[in-house]
Design a protein around this ligand. Structure first.
Ligand SMILES: C[S@@+](CC[C@H](N)C(=O)[O-])C[C@H]1O[C@@H](n2cnc3c(N)ncnc32)[C@H](O)[C@@H]1O
Length: 309
């Protein structure tokens, strides 16, 4: 059984603390996975209705079997949010998106997410879509591959790897993960320690195969509109470009405010026990007006004014 440990567990529970003691809360989970965060939140808050989406068929099957009380949709949370906006616009008190892939997806070689497990060069979260990582590697022009690795992988100089890809694919198309990671090792060199040189290439491909940045930009914006007044949306991201999008959406919105001025990251302790948490970043948005902070200087100001008069 592939297991998924929810990241930032304590912090996600605390993210909704303004709703403690409230009854009949409605919850939306955009990235249900194995329901790890949902379970934590259900144990700590009075959730009476839970709606969830996941674009992975295995996550859907798991949810149906283990969480029959959850209304689960096999779809992208952006598609759900757009459709919800078109119909009756159901609103939620608590919303969570824990972006990216789950441990079961990474651990299963046949999903093709992992550069060190041999499998098909796939990387689709939604197994019903047609775009795969193999299609990108075999069909994109040299210029498009350059843009992809520079922009989404933040790789300074991807040219040598791309030239080797274009050369190799003339003889035989790329079909497996190790074919690609082997090429990157060969071209960039790797001494079997530190971060593997294929890490960023695989991340970039995954983002593009699943259109992850576009989905976050459109979907999170729409979800913010679907909060009840005082409701909160928590988003966990694992990529600096994603985090930047979320930060700006929350900062620029006049619908509500960012609950924490500074981004929340995992403790050293958590990073040690769960290395997958290392790049996690949590941001929280609350709909409605920001409660006024107690004005520490008000009394002194009042006294001064009275003395002056
Ligand atoms: C990091 S895992 C979530 C884990 C979950 N919070 C838990 O504790 O079990 C991300 C999950 O969200 C799904 N996913 C990622 N992006 C999605 C999107 N835009 N729409 C729907 N599901 C998505 C993935 O298929 C994966 O199952």
């Amino acid at each position: 059984m592939h297991h998924h440990v929810p990241v930032l567990a304590e912090e996600v529970i605390a993210a909704f603390d303004s709703l403690t003691g409230k009854n009949n809360l409605s919850y939306f989970d955009g990235t249900f996975g194995r329901g790890g965060h949902y379970k934590l939140l259900k144990d700590n808050y009075n959730i009476s209705k839970a709606v969830a989406t996941d674009q992975d068929l295995q996550a859907i099957a798991y949810a149906k079997e283990n969480f029959p009380e959850v209304i689960i949709h096999h779809t992208n949370f952006n598609t759900f949010a757009q459709e919800n906006a078109q119909s009756n616009t159901e609103k939620f008190d608590m919303m969570l998106c824990d972006l990216g892939v789950s441990s079961p997806q990474l651990d299963q070689a046949d999903r093709g997410f992992s550069f060190n497990k041999d499998g098909p060069l796939d990387m689709r979260m939604n197994q019903n879509q047609s775009m795969t990582a193999a299609r990108i590697i075999n069909e994109f022009t040299e210029d498009d591959l350059f843009k992809l690795f520079r922009e989404f992988g933040e790789i300074q100089n991807p040219a040598r790897v791309i030239r080797a890809i274009v050369e190799d694919r003339k003889t035989a198309p790329f079909t497996t993960t190790m074919q690609l990671s082997g090429l990157i090792e060969r071209v960039d060199g790797w001494h079997k320690k530190g971060i593997h040189p294929a890490t960023q290439h695989f991340m970039a491909l995954r983002l593009v195969v699943n259109q992850e940045l576009h989905v976050v930009e459109e979907g999170v914006q729409q979800l913010m509109l679907q909060l009840t007044d005082g409701g909160r949306l928590a988003v966990i991201s694992f990529h600096s470009l994603e985090d930047r999008i979320i930060k700006n959406l929350f900062k620029d919105s006049d619908l509500g405010f960012s609950v924490n001025k500074k981004v929340i990251v995992p403790s050293d302790e958590e990073c040690k026990t769960n290395p997958r948490a290392r790049s996690a970043k949590l941001r929280i948005f609350q709909k409605g007006a920001q409660p006024e902070k107690p004005d520490k200087f008000a009394l002194r100001r009042l006294q001064r004014e009275q003395n002056e008069n």
